[in-house]
Design a protein around this ligand. Sequence first.
Ligand SMILES: *Cc1c(COP(=O)(O)O)cnc(C)c1O
Length: 367
Amino acid sequence: MHVPFSYLDRQFAEVDNYLADIRELVLSGDFTLGKDVQAFETAFAELCGMPYAVGVGSGTDALGLSLKMLGVGPGDEVITTPMTFFATVGAIVMTGATPVFVDSESGFVIDPEKIEAAITPRTKALLPVHYTGNLANMPRIAEIAQKHGLKVVEDACQSIAGQIDGLPAGTWSDAAGYSLHPLKNLNVWGDAGVITTRSAELAETLRRYRNHGMINRDQIAIWGVNSRLDSLQAVVGRRLIGDTAWITEKRISHAQFYDQALASLAPQVQIPPRRAGVRHVFHLYLLRVERRDELLAFLNQRGIEAKVHYPIPLHLQPAAAALGYKAGDFPVCEADCKQIITLPAHQHLSQAELDYTVEQIQTFYAC
Ligand SMILES: *Cc1c(COP(=O)(O)O)cnc(C)c1O
């Protein structure tokens, strides 16, 4: 049996409806911003339960532009986690600021109790990441930010429809950045990102900044960038956005199935703690396992596209050399990186594929 990690061929097997929408866009010539982008932004804001959503070129830009428009720049420090995708840290560096790392708590998100020790007079903002779709402890992070007068941007690229006590990302921060990359939970046919915020003023500033700083055709208020949400991607997103609830529920139910089916394999297989009140949306389904590299090879040989997200934490990347970190600085994160494995858990998997994956893991640890 083949258990694929990517679901794109299954998801877009019936492509005609999308092509009909795109045909309409092409005939309208409404290629930059325009009504489809506006309609998608409105739908996205509603999906996230936030008053404002601003479409941009990518998830990376959603983070970088938010930080910049909140005043983060050269000489500032931004606190984040080394347990993330490259782009979180790339977005900080894009602003000219310096990334400062803080170790994880169990569950692969930043440990709020270690943040204060990393705050310096230069700290300007916090950038927690809802890694794998598990929300970081935002109520606690917001308290710390308020005490120290810091801005907060949430990296929600993996956590669309995630919640804490029924409240969405963006509730405890200045802004939340989302990615619509083809392998994210709500995905389009290329690069796209969205920022949600409760601030009308920040939304307005971001709308200008993403579009050259334009006030109107002839005037710019600020020096901006070109990071518009592509209109074609907005058309695809509009058709798909209604599926988000179904996609999310499927992923959660697949994760619950794995959690139950694999619990008896402890301690060789450890299921990360599932925090009460958190709606974890399982962009990635991670386990901590013994003999990780052997298990990975075993599953791959048997057609199961398990992966590792990611083997090398950000502070140990070649790109981070100038920041001066070393192995041992973040023991929780570093231990996780050696033990984690990602199982396919996407919405298009069949029960037979899930069963087969569990059986193969059981077989591996039985011998
Ligand atoms: C995907 C991702 C990003 C970047 O999004 P892009 O749309 O690929 O630029 C940033 N942070 C995290 C945690 C991500 O998973």
